[in-house]
Design a protein around this ligand. Sequence first.
Ligand SMILES: Cc1cc2nc3c(=O)[nH]c(=O)nc-3n(C[C@H](O)[C@H](O)[C@H](O)COP(=O)(O)O)c2cc1C
Length: 344
Amino acid sequence: MRALLPALRPALVLAPMQAITDLPFMRVLAKRSLPDWFVTEYFRAHPASSLNRQLLRAITENATGRPVFAQLIGADLPSLLRSATALAAYPIAGIDLNLGCPAPIVCRKAAGGGLLRDPEALNRLLGGLRAAIAGRFTVKTRIGYTHCGEFPRLLDIFRSHAIDGLTIHARTVQQGYRGPVQPAWVQAAVRALPCPVIANGNIVDAPTALAYHRRTGAAGLMIGRGAIRNPWIFAQLQAAFDGTLPVIPTHRDLLEYIRDLSGEIAREAPRYEPLGHVQRMKRTLGYISHGLAPEFELHIRRCATPAEFWSLCDAHLASDAPLPLRPPVTSQLFSGFAELEEEA
Ligand SMILES: Cc1cc2nc3c(=O)[nH]c(=O)nc-3n(C[C@H](O)[C@H](O)[C@H](O)COP(=O)(O)O)c2cc1C
């Protein structure tokens, strides 16, 4: 992993996001700004699983020139090992294990974030995976399941398995995606672990990225929802760390992004169906329209047909006015990001 880190600034990484960070999104993002590496949305590993062919395309058809880690989710060691071995046949940068997914159906099976509830089982699982994975093996975790007081024990476990990198979404599993993140625990991991640590959660713009980095000393920053909202974010963050001027996209640039994404998603859909396609675009627009004109957000949520969707986008976005650099501080969707800039 160290070989992947840029020399003069923290690595900037696209977060895995199920049903979003697929091949179409990677292609559209890459035309606007590039992370230093990608992590796929998770491949499920269980006794009956085989590698999802559609997800595999993010690896086999990645023409961005940037490495891709393949993420696994599961609790059954033989299944995880079988999946890791199958993935090793493809051009991946490494295997990443998901220890953060808060979905109840996942946690009930003691997978994803649910693994954090049983440190001894986690210890055995990481031992088995580390012993068998010859290439890079990284972990993406939360700071605990119910309470951040669980984190020191988790850190001991991570330290004992010579993992190649640790990404920390600095909330507990029970906190989901809302509220401030806790940079102090990321800083504790940076001090305790020999491997690179990547800080994640609530980076929405250059000031939040700079603050997260200053407060943790992390080797990298991972950005998820902020990159859906603003696909220029990686170029903007590079400029912020290099001390150069950032690109400031306009509403028209955003319209072009939405058109591009819609086209790619439609082209790559196994079966294109116009109304389903609008629903998929509306889910993504939930992040993109947030903080623009309130009536745009509301009407997009209510629209049902492609014609309505595009007439709303054209009416609201055909302007050369610059886009707001950050979401509203009162946002429920990007909740608690302003606290990153408040020094402890
Ligand atoms: C729609 C969605 C899907 C996600 N899917 C995954 C996933 O497949 N694997 C994973 O490790 N995290 C997943 N996450 C969590 C993100 O990778 C990230 O940790 C989280 O969104 C916090 O970062 P952010 O504030 O930059 O978005 C998902 C998050 C969202 C919003």
